[in-house]
Design a binder for this molecule. Structure first.
Ligand code: AMP
Length: 190
């Protein structure tokens, strides 16, 4: 049985930050599709060129491109025993693709961590992050709103999908407060 976990939540909920300590807690590599796409952009790869405008607009990259990238990453030796997926799945089709992919390897998800943060707080955090990290998809209020809407409309239904399936523990975590407070909540729950 492998140990594949998800950290799930809206943009700026603290997924990336919390994944940094959760991956150590779980002792699995961190696999962030957002980081992978940004690396492709920077490296000006074929995928990078393909997704540039999509990321800038705050839309989702097509599932075929994303799933293929994830399949390739999860086939690498360091993730043979498991991984902490961050930013994937982003919609129910990706979630069901992931189930099939893991089933094909004779395994299934071991846990889902959901960070919950209200929209107003997310907007404040995203604007702050744009100033600090120079991320263009965080800077434009219309793009920020689009990414939050995309999460609520397309990604959030994955939580209901997992809960209805009832096959994997879903841990709902209050994402408000300091990084340490949220970390403590996650680690006492997972
Ligand atoms: P993130 O860093 O997770 O917020 O991802 C940054 C951007 O990468 C998103 O706004 C999407 O454009 C793209 N992206 C990341 N993960 C996915 C995914 N699972 N499916 C589609 N697009 C994604």
């Amino acid at each position: 049985m492998t140990r594949h976990f998800l950290i799930f939540g809206p943009p700026a909920a603290g997924k990336g930050t919390q994944a940094g300590s959760l991956k150590d807690h779980l002792d699995v590599p961190h696999v962030s599709t957002g980081d992978m796409f940004r690396a492709h952009l920077k490296g000006e790869t074929e995928i990078g060129l393909q997704v540039k405008d999509i990321l800038a607009a705050g839309k989702l990259v097509p599932d075929t491109v994303t799933n293929a990238m994830v399949a390739e990453r999860l086939a690498e030796p360091d993730t043979a025993e498991g991984a902490l997926l961050d930013g994937f799945p982003r919609n129910v089709l990706q979630a069901s693709w992931l189930d099939g992919y893991l089933a094909g390897r004779g395994t299934k998800l071991a846990g889902v961590v959901v960070l919950e943060v209200p929209d107003e707080e997310l907007k404040k955090r995203l604007i702050g992050r744009a100033e600090k990290e120079n991320r263009s998809d965080d800077a434009d209020p219309a793009v920020v709103q689009r990414r939050i809407d995309t999460y609520r409309e397309q990604s959030e239904p994955c939580i209901a999908y997992y809960r209805e399936q009832g096959l994997v523990p879903v841990h709902l975590i209050d994402g408000a407060g300091t990084v340490e407070e949220v970390r403590a909540r996650i680690q006492s729950s997972v």
